[in-house]
Write a protein that binds this ligand. Sequence first.
Ligand SMILES: [Zn+2]
Length: 514
Amino acid sequence: MRIARVASRAQLGLAAPRVQVEVHLGGGLPTFSIVGLPATAVRESKDRVRAAIAVAGFEWPAGRITVNLSPADLPKEGCRYDLPIALGLLLALDQVKIPETELERCEFYGELGLSGELKPIRGVLLAAAHAAQVGCHVVVPTANAFEARLAAPASTHHAASLLGVCELFSSGKRDIADGPPGAGLPATPLTCARELDLVDVRGQAAPKRALLVAAAGAHSILLVGPPGTGKSMLAQRLPGLLPPLEAGEAIDVATIASVSTRGFEPRDYGRRPFRAPHHSASASAVIGGGPHARPGEVSLAHRGVLFLDELPEFNRAVLESLREPLESGVVAISRAALQVEYPARFQLVAAMNPCPCGYLGDGSGRCRCAPPLIARYRSRISGPLLDRIDLRVEVPSLPGEELLGEREADTTVMESATAAARVQGARHRQLRRAGKLNADLSGGEIQLHCRLDRNCRRLLAQARERLKLSARATHRALRVARTIADLENETGPLDLPIGPAHLAEALQLRRAID
Ligand SMILES: [Zn+2]
């Protein structure tokens, strides 16, 4: 064979278009060229391939070697083409034989080390999922096998080196289409990693209750309070109140991690993401981007929680760019020739101090912040962003006795497991009623699902008058009231109507920093 074709896939955002690696051997002076929009890392693959082939004991061909990555107009990056290039070369040289029928049904991924070992690459989960959709098997580095199996349990093969890949196909072995040994075994079950428990949070009955409501209706929440009152502790416990990820959701979350800068971590598989970027984070770190258009924190928090501590300290541009994902659940990133979209349906938990020094209203009298300073501090969060936060709750300083008292004496104890069961019940009712969670109800749906009786209408009219509620603020209060009614209705009929108590609590839950 003087020409060989080996299949692989590129990665563009969450798309994985197929790439044919064509290797051609010709006469003439010995050269080795790679064409088809290769990035630097791909061009450098020449040296790695040459070393790996020598170490594996194969002969390096004399003559012209041309590698074409097709389609030629698709940008190729990363080291994932090392293995298909090396394998194509060995096939073209007839040093390795793979029946055409098997080769057609396989895709190859892997970076080669100088001694021929296969190193893991980014984005294997995404590639394996796309390959499985068209009935193709994948051959991946052993270090990527767990990840690939999540998407393609019955068609993932792995090897630790270039020689190992050749052995997968050596004569007398089973046909690759039969699947890997042990295929068909149940895929790895979702890990039920122990989340942090609400039991550990002392006192703070009202913020805990607000967190429960936030979890039940998927409402965004802002925690306002002096430093050290447990805002972060509360935020970290939100994932533990949410229902476990469904299998498809877990794959989505893992796929985004798999194409991110940090990569996929098997121990995180099946857990609700909790992302807490620092307030100095850049827009491209939070929203996504960079030269390779990688997903940002908002996408890494997809199906989980995005925690922004010290919200007013974030760059204004970062805060503004949160509006799009909060509204639509996706982010679009444009980079030079690249336009990619990542999902970003996260639950926002934000925290802030009540004033620049942090101690306003904590009873110690330490705060000397002048009112204009406080106003300027708060105005760093724009109205449109604040508009998308349904719950705003004060997390006050704890009186000493509450902080130091016996846990048994703490009447506010709430166990995450109990709270999570209530959340699941409330969410179940919302999905059955509206097909979505309360935080996502549109204006029309609010009219349909958040009907008020005459008492409630009067209460709401008074509140609008007294608190000068905008139409948006009224909608937010109604969504939250719906969730509170859903939480109360544990065994009752499907739709407990919103009562005055629910509405009053909902209005209370948006009072902080007004
Ligand atoms: Zn202050």
